[in-house]
Design a protein around this ligand. Structure first.
Ligand code: PLP
Length: 382
């Protein structure tokens, strides 16, 4: 069966896995042990990984903080501002209604702690308007958090323009770059921001490790405090023993992405071209959710009119792993909040699937299985 759910989690690169196995076997130790060589070696691995992350993002390694993943990074980026908000009187956050729950739920939780939040809807294109965000800025605005690429639609948000606008004002800008890190490399290197989050597993690293970037202004870091108590690891931002092999794997994934992202984009584009051609020939009635001019090469959110996504996923799951990008349990089906925010009708949402792939997706295999999926869609159409 072909795996086409890379936005949920991408398969680990074999070179990353080899690096991690080597670390697990040969580099035991705690990176904070100062009394022996094993600790020193572990520390070298962590610091090299930090350089690899910094290299990919075009920043300094002293701005890279390892966490357990984007969820934790997003939580620190928002919750970690509470003390500063109390001191400065700045307690207003602006974010969007298409963010991942790790941002949305964290931001909403801050209301209980006296924060005010504005949640901006996207345009029907799936993009958020820079003007609408800037319009909401007030004297007490502390933070704007906007994702770079939406996980459900693949739509790329105008983070470069936003960074420029917010940079003119005294406001922190956080980017959830979980779906773009390692893919839109140049765009992230150009962007102006104060904080950035991602998870290694979306760029073919291991699950369970991620990064929070804190950009320095002069020598000063953004005023973020740890949200857990413990040791002084990661400058106290993220206490707890550093998982050396995971961090080493994250570094390796970033190193590979920095070397290969241009070539990867050619490969993922080829899959998209094939997808569009097969779709055109199918005779099915379809539309895309989100403006495809601003879509990642490796994602589509596709509405096959009259074909229930639930039925399609069930009937094709033996040969295709896709998703409908929404929380769906056997008990309840909730139409995607992202597509709803784009003002897409519930009927259209119910017929929508998300397909996402990567540079290692085999083109011939993709063509074969996607054609089969569309054959099944024709059977199910009503
Ligand atoms: N942010 C975005 C945009 C995501 O797509 C995801 C994962 O789906 C996350 C955050 C959370 O990542 P993790 O589950 O690895 O913490």
């Amino acid at each position: 069966s072909i795996y086409l759910d890379y936005n949920a989690s991408a398969p680990i690169d074999s070179r990353v896995l080899a690096t991690m196995i080597d670390i697990y076997k040969n580099h035991i130790g705690n990176a904070d042990s100062r009394t022996h060589d094993h600790g020193d070696q572990a520390r070298v691995i962590v610091e090299n990984a930090r350089k690899d992350v910094a290299g990919l993002l075009g920043i300094s390694s002293s701005e890279v903080f390892f966490t357990s993943g984007a969820t934790e990074s997003n939580n620190i980026a928002i919750q970690g501002l509470e003390e500063y908000a109390l001191k400065s009187g700045k307690n207003h956050i602006i974010t969007t209604s298409i963010e991942h729950k790790a941002i949305l739920e964290t931001a909403k939780s801050m209301v209980r702690r006296g924060f005010e939040i504005d949640i901006i809807d996207p345009e029907p294109t799936g993009r958020v308007s820079v003007e609408k965000i800037v319009e909401k800025v007030r004297d007490n605005t502390l933070l704007v958090s906007v994702m770079h690429v939406n996980n459900e639609t693949g739509i790329i948000q105008p983070i470069e323009e936003l960074g420029l606008e917010l940079g003119k004002r005294d406001i922190l800008f956080h980017i959830d770059a979980t779906q773009s890190c390692g893919k839109l490399v140049q765009e992230l290197r150009n962007a102006k921001y104060n904080m950035l989050s991602f998870s290694a597993h979306k760029l073919r690293g291991p699950q369970g490790v991620g990064v929070l970037v804190l950009r320095r202004t002069g020598y000063k870091l953004p005023p973020v405090k740890a949200i857990m108590y413990g040791g002084q690891q990661e400058h106290g931002i993220r206490p707890g023993t550093i998982p050396v092999a995971l961090v080493g794997g994250c570094g390796k994934a970033c190193e590979i992405a920095a070397d290969e992202y241009k070539n990867n984009s050619i490969k993922t584009k080829a899959v998209k071209t094939a997808l569009l051609a097969i779709l055109k020939e199918s005779g099915l009635t379809y539309s895309f959710n989100g403006d495809q001019k601003h879509c990642l090469d490796s994602t589509v959110n596709l509405c096959l009119q009259g074909v229930s996504s639930e039925a399609l996923m069930l009937s094709t799951k033996e040969y295709c792993s896709i998703s409908n990008g929404s929380a769906c349990t056997s008990k309840s089906y909730e139409p995607s909040y992202v597509l709803k925010a784009m003002k897409i009708s519930v009927e259209q949402i119910e017929d929508s699937i998300r397909i996402s792939w990567g540079p290692d997706t085999n083109l011939d295999e993709f063509k074969k299985q996607f054609s089969k999926l569309l054959e099944m869609a024709k059977v199910l159409v009503n």
